[in-house]
Design a protein around this ligand. Structure first.
Ligand code: ADP
Ligand code: MG
Length: 379
C-alpha cells in the first residue's frame, strides 16, 4: 500500500542519498619509545594496508585496509591533508564535519589533535589557521566563528571554558542535536583558539587533580561554529537572505584500553562503567551503522553517541583517526583499535548544507524600514 512507500523517496532524502559517503578512516602509527620494542606493524607500499605482525605469538597476523595509513615518519601536515583539510573546506561551506581520534592512552590522540609544539602543531590549531586564512581571502562573505570546549566524563558534560557549567544537557531541535547552555566564544585567529584550548586544558587538569583521576578517561570535544553570510551592503540584501552554518567537532576520545580488573574498584569501578558506556555504545553504534540489516542504532544509550549521532550516519562528514603505537607490548590494544577502525570504514553519512534564513539581516531590514532615511551603508 502507499503508506509503505519509504520516506527516502522525498526530494530531501534523495539529495541526501546523492551525498552519501563513507566515514574516512586514517590510521596513524606513532614511533616506539626508547623503552618499547618496535616492529609491531608493517605498512603497505600503497599506504592503505597495514599488517599487525605476530611473530612471537600463536595468533596469526592480521591485515587491514584503510583510506590511508600514515607511518611513524608522517608529519602533522600529512595527517592534516589526509584527514582534516577536506572536512574544513566543507565546513566553510555550511556542512557539519567531525574529526575523531580513537586509540589507547599514549597512542598519540592528543598529540595529533592538539599539540601546540610550534614545529608540530596539531589538527585543531591547523584547522583554525586554515579557517581564518580562508575567511581572510573570501571578499564575498562575512563570517562569525564561535568556539566551545567541553568534556564528557562519567556521563557528565562539563564546559571546560566555564567549568562551573558542569552538567550540560544535550537537546535536539529541527536543526539537530546541540549542547544547551554551553558557553560559546567568538574567535578571530588561531591564537584565539589556542588561548581557549589552553584555558580549557587548565580547567580540565584542575578538575582531574581534585578528583584524583586520570583525564585520559574523559572525552574532550572542541566545537567550532562558522556562520557565513554574503557580504553585500545592506541595500543589496534581499529580505530572506540565507546564511550557512557549518559546525566542526574535534573529538579526543577517552583511551580505548580495557581497564585492568585490579584497578576497577570503588570510584574507579564506577568510572569504568561510565567510560565503557560511552565507548562501548560508540562501538555498538558503529557496528549497527555498518550493518545494512540492523534496524536499531543505540545512539540514545550514551551522551557521547547522542552528541555524535549526526557524525555517525546523519548530516556530517566524518574522519576517524585511529592512533596506534608501533610497539610490540601494545599489539593487543592495537588489534582492537584496527578492528574498530575497520568497522567504521563501512559507516555511511549523508551531509547536506545547513542553510537558514538570516534573522539578523531580516531584523536589520525591518528596523531600516521603520527608520527610513538613515544611511544604512554605515551599518
Ligand atoms: P594519547 O592522547 O593518545 O593518550 P598522547 O598524544 O598524549 O597520547 O601521546 C603520548 C606521547 O607520545 C606524548 O609524549 C606524545 O608527544 C608522543 N607522541 C604521540 N604521537 C607521536 C608522534 N606521531 N610522533 C612523536 N611523538 C608522538
Ligand atoms: Mg590524550
Amino acid at each position: 500500500s502507499s503508506s509503505l512507500i519509504p520516506r527516502r523517496s522525498s526530494a530531501a532524502a534523495s539529495q541526501r542519498d546523492q551525498n552519501a559517503e563513507r566515514v574516512k578512516v586514517v590510521v596513524r602509527v606513532r614511533p616506539p619509545k626508547t623503552n618499547e620494542a618496535g616492529g609491531a606493524v608493517r605498512v603497505g607500499p600503497d599506504h592503505r594496508g597495514i599488517v599487525l605482525a605476530r611473530e612471537n605469538s600463536n595468533i596469526p597476523s592480521s591485515a587491514f585496509e584503510f583510506d590511508k595509513v600514515l607511518t611513524e615518519t608522517a608529519s602533522q601536515a600529512d595527517v592534516y591533508h589526509a584527514a582534516v583539510q577536506p572536512i574544513v573546506e566543507d565546513v566553510l561551506n555550511g556542512y557539519n564535519g567531525t574529526i575523531m581520534a580513537y586509540g589507547q592512552t599514549g597512542a598519540g590522540k592528543t598529540y595529533t589533535l592538539s599539540s601546540r609544539d610550534p614545529d608540530a602543531i596539531g589538527m585543531m590549531p591547523r584547522a583554525a589557521a586554515a579557517i581564518f586564512s580562508a575567511i581572510e581571502h573570501d571578499q564575498g562573505h562575512s563570517y562569525t566563528v564561535m568556539m566551545s570546549y567541553i568534556q564528557l566524563y562519567m556521563e557528565l558534560l562539563q564546559d571546560l571554558i566555564k567549568p562551573q557549567n558542569s552538567d550540560l544537557q544535550i537537546r535536539e531541535n529541527e536543526n539537530g542535536v546541540y549542547v544547551a547552555g554551553v558557553s560559546e566564544h567568538e574567535v578571530s585567529s588561531m591564537d584565539d583558539c589556542l588561548n581557549f584550548l589552553h584555558v580549557g586544558d587548565r580547567n580540565r587538569a584542575v578538575a582531574f587533580t581534585a578528583l584524583n583521576a586520570q583525564s585520559s578517561r574523559s572525552h574532550g570535544i572542541v566545537m567550532l561554529t562558522i556562520i557565513k553570510r554574503p557580504s553585500s551592503t545592506p541595500k543589496h540584501r534581499a529580505v530572506g537572505q540565507k546564511v550557512k552554518i557549518g559546525k566542526l567537532f574535534m573529538v579526543d576520545l577517552a583511551g580505548s584500553e580495557r581497564l585492568k580488573k585490579s584497578r576497577s574498584t570503588g570510584v574507579r569501578a564506577n568510572e569504568a562503567v561510565s567510560i565503557n558506556l560511552s565507548l562501548t555504545t560508540l562501538g555498538m553504534c558503529i557496528n549497527a551503522r555498518a550493518d545494512p540489516s540492523a534496524t536499531h542504532v543505540p545512539f540514545r544509550d550514551s551522551k557521547l553517541t547522542r552528541l555524535l549521532q549526526e557524525s555517525l550516519g546523519g548530516n556530517a562528514k566524518t574522519s576517524l583517526v585511529i592512533a596506534v603505537a608501533n610497539a610490540v607490548q601494545h599489539s593487543e590494544e592495537t588489534l582492537q583499535s584496527l578492528q574498530f577502525g575497520s568497522r567504521a570504514m563501512r559507516v555511511q553519512t549523508q551531509a547536506v548544507v545547513n542553510e537558514c534564513l538570516d534573522f539578523k539581516v531580516m531584523n536589520a531590514e525591518l528596523m531600516a524600514g521603520l527608520d527610513e532615511g538613515e544611511d544604512r551603508s554605515q551599518q
